[in-house]
Write a protein that binds this ligand. Structure first.
Ligand SMILES: [Zn+2]
Length: 257
């Protein structure tokens, strides 16, 4: 008699499965007790996509040997679930946490970029386009529109409770544990592009004389050309960021270098 275990894969891990196994529990018969990692990969799901495995409700690591009667739940990198207390398979998420924002969240988009998060935002994007970008690029869709999250194509979305942009940022930081992942002042606030080092000569025509006198370190956006330096605005933004993430990002909050 072969042994039987039941598997279920969650969220975008289903992309790797044949249609009959997607979003449903399925039984799998086996003779040998191979590791759960090998079994998962035999179904076509790369182990690198997996962040949490529960066997009969308990978290296990990849070396667990599948037993007769096991119910095995396999989850992708968690962006929106609190799994404190469970065994994550890796200390840092494999995938970069990225966002796409609903059309009414322009200020929040700027704030997330301040923290260094890849954040797509346009003020004239159709719902179906937002859902599609979220699905294809594995971006977390942030919105205040519940209907948008009910679209079948959205697998990674979050309904923001807060209505004020600063509170929304604090909510997102808590919800997605962003403090430990933040890289403040690494991304253009206007266009989301990663900033590059710049010589003073490169940005001299964009900056006030006083700034040129007082500062020697600059960054600029390779795409839109906007210049950044560590002036008063930098210190205020940094204080606010530190307060927002309540110290968890302070150690990482290095100025651009
Ligand atoms: Zn830019």
């Amino acid at each position: 008699m072969p042994s039987v275990a039941n598997f279920r894969f969650y969220a975008e891990l289903n992309d790797f499965l044949p249609p009959e196994r997607r979003f449903t529990e399925f039984a799998y018969g086996f003779l040998d007790g191979t590791t759960v990692k090998d079994r998962i990969e035999s179904f076509g799901v790369p182990h690198t996509e997996v962040d949490l495995i529960l066997v009969n409700g308990q978290s296990v690591d990849f070396t667990y040997r599948v037993q007769d009667g096991d119910r095995i739940s396999v989850y992708p990198v968690f962006e929106a679930f609190d799994i404190a207390g469970l065994t994550r398979l890796r200390p840092e998420p494999l995938r970069e946490v990225r966002f796409v924002l609903d059309v009414h969240l322009g200020r929040l988009a700027t704030y997330l970029r301040m923290l260094g998060f890849d954040t797509l935002y346009q003020n004239d994007c159709a719902d179906e386009h937002l859902a599609e970008v979220s699905r294809q690029e594995h971006r977390i869709l942030l919105t205040r529109d519940v209907g948008l999250l009910k679209r079948g194509s959205v697998t990674h979305g979050y309904y923001l409770r807060a209505t004020q942009p600063r509170e929304q940022l604090a909510e997102a930081v808590r919800r997605f544990d962003l403090g430990r992942l933040a890289k403040p002042f690494s991304r253009c606030l206007r266009c989301n592009t990663l900033l590059a080092q710049a010589d003073k000569d490169q940005v001299r025509h964009q900056i006030p004389d006083q700034v040129a006198l007082l500062h020697d370190e600059f960054r600029h956006c390779p795409d839109c050309g906007r210049a950044y330096w560590k002036g008063g605005h930098f210190r205020r933004m940094r204080q606010w960021i530190d307060a927002t993430v309540q110290g968890s990002v302070v150690a990482r909050c290095q100025p651009p270098s």
